[in-house]
Design a protein around this ligand. Sequence first.
Ligand code: ATP
Ligand code: MG
Length: 396
Amino acid sequence: MKPSKPYQILIVDDSPHNIRALGEILEGNYDVRFAKSGPEALEITFSEEEAIDLILLDVVMPEMDGYEVCRRLKENPETADIPIIFITIKSRPSDEALGFSLGAVDYLNKPFSVEIVRARIRTHLELKAHRDQLQEMVQERTLELEEMNKRLQTEIIKVKAMQEDLIRSKTQAATGRLAATIAHEINSPLQGIAALLVPLMDGCEGQEDLLEIANLIEEAFHRIRETVQRLYHLNLPASRQEESVDVNSVIRKTAALLNGMARERKVAVDLDLTPDLPRIWASQGELGQVFMNLIDNALFAVEHGKGEDRKVSIRTRMAGEWIKVQVSDTGTGISEEDLPHIFEPFYTRRKAGGLGVGLSVCREIIRQCRGEIRAQNAPQGKGAVFTITLSAAPDR
Ligand SMILES: Nc1ncnc2c1ncn2[C@@H]1O[C@H](COP(=O)(O)OP(=O)(O)OP(=O)(O)O)[C@@H](O)[C@H]1O
Ligand SMILES: [Mg+2]
């Protein structure tokens, strides 16, 4: 292998006579440098801009001997691969052994034979060139493999996202079919209620208490009708109406709607709402549906729990840029077995009357609001806690 430029060889010897003799052998074929002491050799090797390709190193030198120079060069990853040939008067086998053990590639005795020095240098430079080339190939290959690995990782992420989309669209299709059936069933009695609402409101005229209840019923009616409309269209591309929404106000209204039901079941609904929360961009009806489902579940759990303390608490908090809503109860809690599945469509533990769609609808709605909903059990083992995180950063 022919190098593109001459090899750089460093001769290290404290005797000017030896330096001259070795230099004469090598000059012409190689680029030769000299150092008259160990420290000077280290300085040249460490600071050399053009890397040294081989070092001829004397052992016996004042200040720092050749073994120490060798040791220091081998310690440094930058210089560890430079082939070192000792040229020395120390000719005992133990000296030679020490030289090799320090990482030298060869050990020549003084006085040296010109031919042998030339031949050994040639051999070791060739070996080094091969080694360098191999290293380069390995590096290239490693880079290629790393690149391929990166591409594979990206592909895996894409495939995973596709899989998730597929599962989502499959469950959405199934939910959609079922939803349309349910909506159809609810729609007929709903028409009946619509017809009765007008005389009811008229009848309450002048009676503030009753009128307030009738208004709540009317609001609930509209919400049910909206939900039914949405159920019809669950498998069609959504045409939801988003607006700027005050989360606290949606919670208050929903809790008021369910107040009667809570009282009937002797459950207290506690609201702990942080005032002046930033408004979020969402569909008010859908968000109301989320709290409706969560409170409904909580009331059910408290009713079937054994605790004396029968309570559902809803609190809102700011956490940095996020609004956190927590709906917690003192009910049955969620078993470890159920916990990973409760957000799946049609997963229910209710013996009767539960379709298992409440939480899956919640999750979908919150996802559309670019938020997140999580479930866990209360730390003291009393009931369940549902946490919703919504971005308060205005993105519209
Ligand atoms: N607050 C809670 N405490 C204990 N378990 C809960 C709570 N909320 C939900 N779960 C569990 O998660 C299951 C799924 O809830 P989800 O609201 O999706 O369906 P459901 O309430 O059973 O029926 P649906 O909401 O369709 O009427 C419930 O059956 C129940 O086992
Ligand atoms: Mg439910």
